[in-house]
Ligand binder design. Sequence first.
Ligand code: TRP
Ligand code: ZN
Length: 868
Amino acid sequence: MDMLDAQNAAAAPPPVIHREDYRPPDWLVPDIALDFTLDPAATRVKARLSVTRNGVHQRPLRLDGDGLTPVAVRIDGEPQADAWRMDGPALLIDLPGDAHEIETEVEIAPEANSQLMGLYASGGNLCTQCEPEGFRRITFFPDRPDVLSRYVVRMEADKARYPVLLSNGDRTGGGDLPGGRHWAEWRDPFFKPTYLFALVAADLVANRDSFATRSGKQVELAIWVKPDDLPRTEHAMAALKASMAWDEKVYGREYDLGEFNIVAVADFNFGAMENKSLNIFNSRYILADPDTATDVDYDNVAGVVAHEYFHNWSGNRVTCRDWFQLSLKEGFTVFRDQSFSADQGSAAVKRIEDVRALRAAQFPEDAGPLAHPIRPESYIEISNFYTATVYNKGAEVIRMLHTILGPEKFRAGSDLYFERHDGQAATCEDFVTAMEDASGVDLTRFRLWYSQAGTPRVRATLTHEPAGGQARLTLEQEVPPTPGQPAKQPMPIPLRVALYGEMTGEVFGGERLVMLEDQHQEILFEGIGERPILSINRGFSAPVTVVSERSAADLAFLSARDDDPFARYEAMQQLMVDTLVGAVARGSADHRPVIDAVQDTLRNSALDAAFIAEAVLLPSESFIGDQMAKVDPVAIHAAREALRRDLGQELEDEWRASYAKTHANRYEYTPAAKGLRRLKTVALGYLAASGAEDAAIIAHRQFRDADNMTDRQGALATLANSPWPERDEALAAFYDRYRDNGLVIDKWFTTQALSTRDDTVDAVEKLAKHPDFTLANPNRIRALVGAFSVNQKAFNDASGRGYRFLADMVLAVDKLNPQTAAKLVPPLGRWRRFDEGRAALMRKELERIVATPGLSKDVFEQASKSLG
Ligand code: TRP
Ligand code: ZN
């Protein structure tokens, strides 16, 4: 046994939890009363649980705990010393009867809580995060989502320090206490699992508004922030009201309490949390004004506000039976927030953005060592399964149901699901069954989308017999092997398909929905008098990779003519990918077809600026790499930059015209103005790539004169990639202007971490020592380290310094915040996709992580599986 093995053997590997092992809870807790005596250093938590035996058994009551020591335990009012025992972190109590009252008392230290799970301090305020298993860090309880309780929460605190005391439900009491203290009581009439509990004690102010529901109920809305941030809450408030109206209109779902509170905090492990009537948000998804937030930030605020609000039905009224069902609430809710955002602005651009995000985050996950189905079969740490697969592929699976059933039957299925399971903890199976029962459509095989991991590949071949006027579409699917799933069954894949006549440009017989059910399938089209061009997976109707040999001319045709905007975008992307993959393989490529297609798009006056800006962008370096057998990051970067330079030079007049057309606009947050701003910065990027002499001047002028963050940050990103002397001056000016705004300083870190310059690794190592860099704030970690790890050129530096930097950060963050540390690991797990040299360097870092004593189970799971 060598040193490494000895170390691993020393610590028992953490247990694996399996979906198949699900058993209903032994004890239920219909009521809980919590009493908090709040103090940042020492908070007392008293809990009174009414427990009832569930079924016939003799097993003890098991109350989960994490780092808790009982100060007192009472059973039916009697203090107990012997009737309970600790089983590791959990509290076990033998109970004679079928119903008892259990009281426990513990002390916790929120200001020492660096994991940001349970009760913790952020910016001098106290708040909670309980999903998935944070409640056990607050009090002893069966901390699982199928135990639903009615909560009464009393809290007291220093009034000057914490004037605002919030919890779930309605405020039912409060008042002053001696010694400058005060108290409040909240009651939530709805049964809920622990993960939806929340408490806030804070010195914050509210943007208040109200919403009248369809049935005429008045809901008081409040968004709580630091006083300076109050002017930045209007956009979130507007989005909240729009979400409430949208859920009534599109899903028939009304809000169910008299109050809805949102609290923004600066230190948060995730985007936001849907606690019943008391959503807690990462402040980056609440705060927005033109001077500090980009258009993308505005869109993200609206999307996340909607997402958390929609959880009130898809997640809270109907919750998850166990954590393997996470996609039941997350996939459905992401689909709902995507649909909401599509309805608020340009649906075409929203679809392009969502697919781009899926391909950037989920496709690599599905193709790597951490691949799992949207309903996983096992986990070590559930926090590691809040993934792009569960969220984004989960949303695509719901979208396919919508496509297959059609909007009316889908809505009937959703109504039935909510009616059947209101107040329950449900499963993915319950959801599919409701869809099946309401629609009459057999979804037996569709269920494979819940159990099989991996992105299916569909090979599509179109042949034409001009004599008989027939076209034959041959489809073949293959679902690649993934960890634990070597062999797969064919899945039902809904493909929206159209055939275009090469000469006339007409669509033959309109669009068809083709259901690919088998491994191999042929579809015959009649009456095809001229050579047809295949448009397939229109609207990205299925989350698959389509492989179809189409000529550059056919792709150019579709990029100019297809009437499905996504398909049009996709044709251009394919043309660009084919060109770039060819360039990497052969050392050079003919750029002409791409240049001509981009020129056509830029000159097409029927297209809006937002769409044009998306369509003319080259695919990312990582997406190009995903299309290749082995990733060569240096060659990919060179090929992509060469194409960018040619596009910039050949179309210089077009870029200047686009820039001029978009330049003069006054700031407004409308879809049209957003599109113009996007195109403006894209044009600036191409002008810079062209080497035009005045590009630096134009970029610097945009930076200096901008009246909004979108233009300012767009110019800064261009400057940050450049060798121009204006670069350092702009970075310094940006820093000075925003040094007191953490969210904008995050952008300052990210812009430098994403730079394509040769000195980026040095710069990032230096930034990690900047006084504003801190491991205590997850946003800051993601801004520097997370951004750096997606910078293909710098992260994959042949020296391995990028990999070492990331591993050092993982280990440093793990000591404070395991959840956030574990999310940094996956880029190292891509080693199989790289050359031997880089693969060895990445593995070395993963091995170093796994061999570190005292590792969290979060990081252990991600790093050990990544070595796999
Ligand atoms: N349920 C939250 C959402 O999707 C996710 C979430 C918030 C979360 N905080 C978390 C997940 C902490 C894991 C850990 O909106
Ligand atoms: Zn969610």
